[in-house]
Design a protein. Structure first.
Length: 207
């Protein structure tokens, strides 16, 4: 029976030896290294679907499935998500890039989302700042209106007092005018009496 051979470093070797080598020497994949803080993936499902895959093939499938899941989640990222979500997914893409994955397209999309997210966050911050300033101005205006009402009330009181004083002044002026008229009359009467007395005195001297 012809034995199946596989070319590896050092030449052709029986496939049984190659499989045995990779069974015990294939690199171990730490699933948390790729998925921590990004998503949860049931990698046991892949293993159950491919029970005859060797560890190296299993590792490859695991990385690919994990990457597909990551890309799917990045496609569903919303601009309103927290900055931590973007940072975790960008970090995860960097890990896949270091393992030979082409992340240019999905990374470009994620970076654009991050840029829009940053602009939106900045605008939201400016909006909150302006809203706070508007509230502050509204409070100051309300205080000014209260002061204006108080001044108007005080002005109304003073206007009433001024009218009362003006009325009193006009009354006093009228009294002075009446008294002045009396004085004029009295002076006339006095002058007439003086003339009369003078005439009487002159008449008495004749007798």
């Amino acid at each position: 029976m012809r034995r199946q051979m596989e070319f590896v470093k050092g030449g052709w070797k029986p496939i049984e030896e190659v499989q045995m080598y990779y069974r015990y020497n294939a690199p171990q994949v730490n699933i948390l290294y790729y998925t921590q803080g990004v998503f949860s993936y049931d990698f046991h499902q892949i293993r159950s679907l491919s029970p005859f895959h060797e560890p190296r093939i299993y590792c490859m499938h695991l990385k690919m499935a994990t990457f597909v899941t990551l890309v799917t989640e990045i496609c569903s990222v919303r601009i309103v998500d927290s900055k931590n979500v973007f940072d975790l997914k960008l970090k995860a893409l960097g890990l896949f890039e270091s393992n030979g994955f082409n992340i240019e397209s999905v990374c470009s999309r994620l970076l654009k989302l991050i840029e829009v997210h940053n602009v939106q966050s900045q605008l939201e911050g400016e909006k909150r700042s302006l809203k706070a300033k508007v509230l502050q101005v509204e409070e100051e205006m309300e205080k000014k209106y209260e002061l204006l009402l108080a001044v108007d009330e005080d002005l109304l009181i003073r206007e009433r007092e001024l009218r009362r004083i003006q009325d009193k002044r006009e009354f006093m002026i009228l009294e002075i005018e009446r008294m002045n008229m009396k004085m004029v009359i009295w002076k006339r009467v006095s002058k007439q009496l003086k003339k009369t007395l003078t005439l009487l005195n002159s008449s008495s001297m004749l007798y």
